[in-house]
Ligand binder design. Structure first.
Ligand SMILES: CC(C)(COP(=O)(O)OP(=O)(O)OC[C@H]1O[C@@H](n2cnc3c(N)ncnc32)[C@H](O)[C@@H]1OP(=O)(O)O)[C@@H](O)C(=O)NCCC(=O)NCCS
Length: 133
């Protein structure tokens, strides 16, 4: 059975939280309601890779729908990596979010994955509007 890529549904949330927790993505794993809002607010495209109800991957993209999108979350279950799911999630999220280009901040170890796409490198920053004191 081919793994399906589709928009996230509420029943997928525990699987998504588990993927994020296993990856150490704490901001997405700590509070289920906050994560659900983050994944479903207006302007957000959130997709899951699912097989027989099991969540094997997740991608979240933000976008203006016409020019710019941002890939903010991408995880594939460790047992399922190297089978094209990451690429499918990115390509489908691009198609659904719209826009001409996608920016992202790569995690260490994931840079080589992104070089497989047509790309340009630019320095990235993450700003914190409310930094801890
Ligand atoms: C990065 C990640 C999403 C890739 O998912 P994946 O399903 O294994 O990727 P795919 O199988 O679709 O790979 C697509 C291509 O990238 C290559 N690739 C994938 N991961 C790679 C890596 N870490 N290093 C080098 N090449 C990689 C594949 O060989 C494949 O190449 P091809 O197109 O020539 O066949 C996955 O490794 C992951 O979840 N990592 C942990 C979380 C993470 O770092 N997420 C990114 C946050 S920025």
């Amino acid at each position: 059975m081919r793994v399906e890529i589709r928009p996230i549904e509420r029943a997928d949330l525990p699987g998504v939280l588990a993927l994020c927790a296993a990856e150490g993505f704490g901001s997405y794993a700590e509070d289920a309601e906050v994560t659900w809002r983050a994944l479903t607010n207006p302007g957000v495209t959130s997709l899951v890779a699912v097989e027989k109800g099991r969540v094997l991957g997740v991608a979240q993209m933000l976008g203006d729908g016409v020019i710019q999108a941002f890939l903010v979350l991408l995880v594939v279950h460790p047992d399922m990596r190297g089978r094209g799911l990451g690429r499918r999630l990115v390509e489908e999220a691009c198609a659904r979010a719209g826009g001409k280009r996608v920016d992202l901040l790569a995690e260490e170890g994931a840079e080589a994955f992104y070089t497989r796409f047509a790309h340009r490198r630019k320095p990235g920053f993450r700003l914190y509007p409310d930094p801890p004191r």
